[in-house]
Design a protein around this ligand. Structure first.
Ligand code: PLP
Length: 374
């Protein structure tokens, strides 16, 4: 049985005709960067997300970097970020000479702790970068309230949660990534909306910020060869835009397929003494970029070995708190121990989840996991 963490190939086969035709059109016109295909996808994503501006760029890491460059921060300014996330989130903060202030996450949602954010705010705090980890939004309503009170920016790292809906206490609804001042996402092939190379995008409802971010992504120019600010070179290829346009039409259906896989796993592991299934928040739908279990009683690593021996793909996202990474020793503000972050690094394990999984594959995986605990 072919088991994979993600199955990009089987998904491609189903949309092959449209993707291949679009790619050939790009080859025929030789408009490889920018141009009408990129513009088309940009507008489609604006409509899908219900956001005023989408600025396509080269990858998700660039998206976060460009977002932070647009906020007028100064070296030494503090940016709050969860300690339990992919490195990209904190990396660009450090790269810009800003201080990543790493805070703890909630053990049940895996997302940044609102209490942790409150405790970390100082007069030098200029921004918060919540990460919607594994496909579920962080507590954006509370985070926006804190940000407003302290006059700080919020940049959402939505690389893992594109398509998730956030539900506000007044009944309102917004797509994750469109709630903060700026949202960022990645189109890395394995993401919920992935292209066939690198890609990313920045989202905002603010006209002035959109103009500035677009300029920064294009060498700081809005008129060619007149550079107002120091920028970067970060663009989306037309070939990637074609793939993304084809897949965006199916995104809700893809996310639904992921939710079904998660439901299947949840039912199989429900009530297990040593397995904690992922929490579903009341305020966010979950698009299950990852299906991540917590394994109790120190058994995570031996379960991993057992799955490896039985050829069940699995991953530990993430094994090391960011503040313990060699790269952040100098900038992580002397932070040494965050309880939930440490716990999750020892307990989490992610199982295969993608749009093409069938019950036979799921039963096989579930059976091996259960056998380990017998
Ligand atoms: C994938 C990812 C990124 C970076 O995206 P790239 O396109 O690989 O640069 C950033 N943050 C999170 C949480 C991610 O999962």
């Amino acid at each position: 049985m072919l088991l994979q963490m993600v199955d990009v190939k089987s998904q491609y086969v189903k949309i092959k005709e449209e993707v291949d035709r679009g790619i050939h059109e790009v080859l025929d016109t030789t408009i490889f960067i920018g141009g009408p295909k990129v513009k088309k996808f940009q507008e489609e994503l604006e409509v899908y997300l219900g956001v005023k501006h989408v600025i396509p760029c080269a990858n998700g890491t660039d998206a976060i970097q460009i977002a932070l460059m647009g906020l007028g921060l100064r070296p030494g300014d503090e940016v709050i970020v969860p300690a339990f996330t992919y490195v990209a989130t904190a990396e660009v903060i450090a790269l810009l000479g800003l201080i990543p202030v790493m805070v703890d996450v909630d053990a049940d949602s895996f997302n940044v702790s609102v209490e942790g954010i409150k405790k970390a705010i100082t007069p030098r705090t200029k921004a918060i970068v919540p990460v919607h980890l594994y496909g579920q939004s962080a507590e954006m309503e509370a985070i926006m309230n804190i940000a407003q009170k302290h006059n700080i920016f919020v940049v959402e790292d939505n690389a893992q949660a594109i398509g998730a809906d956030y539900l506000f206490s007044n009944g309102g609804k917004k797509k994750s990534g469109t709630i903060g001042h700026i949202g960022c996402t990645s189109f890395y092939p394995s993401k919920n909306l992935g292209c066939y190379g690198d890609g990313g995008a920045i989202m905002t409802n603010d006209d002035n910020l959109a103009f500035l971010l677009q300029k920064i992504a294009n060498h700081g120019q809005s008129v060619r060869y007149y550079h107002d600010v120091v920028g970067v070179n970060s663009r989306l290829d037309a070939i990637q835009a074609v793939v993304l346009s084809a897949k965006l039409k199916h995104l809700d259906e893809y996310n639904l397929a992921r939710q079904k896989v998660a439901d299947y796993y949840d039912a199989a592991f429900a009530g297990h003494a040593e397995i904690l299934t992922p929490l579903r928040s009341s305020f966010s739908t979950h698009v299950f970029h990852q299906y991540t279990l917590r394994i109790k009683n120190g058994k995570r690593d031996s379960l991993k070995d057992f799955l490896d021996d039985n050829k069940i793909p699995n991953m530990i996202y993430y094994p090391v708190p960011l503040y313990k990474q060699e790269a952040f020793k100098a900038t992580s503000n002397g932070m040494e121990y965050l309880e939930n972050t440490e716990l999750l690094c020892k307990e989490v394990i992610s199982l295969p989840i993608h749009t093409e999984m069938d019950p036979t594959q799921l039963d096989y995986i579930i059976n091996v996991v259960k056998t380990f605990f017998k």
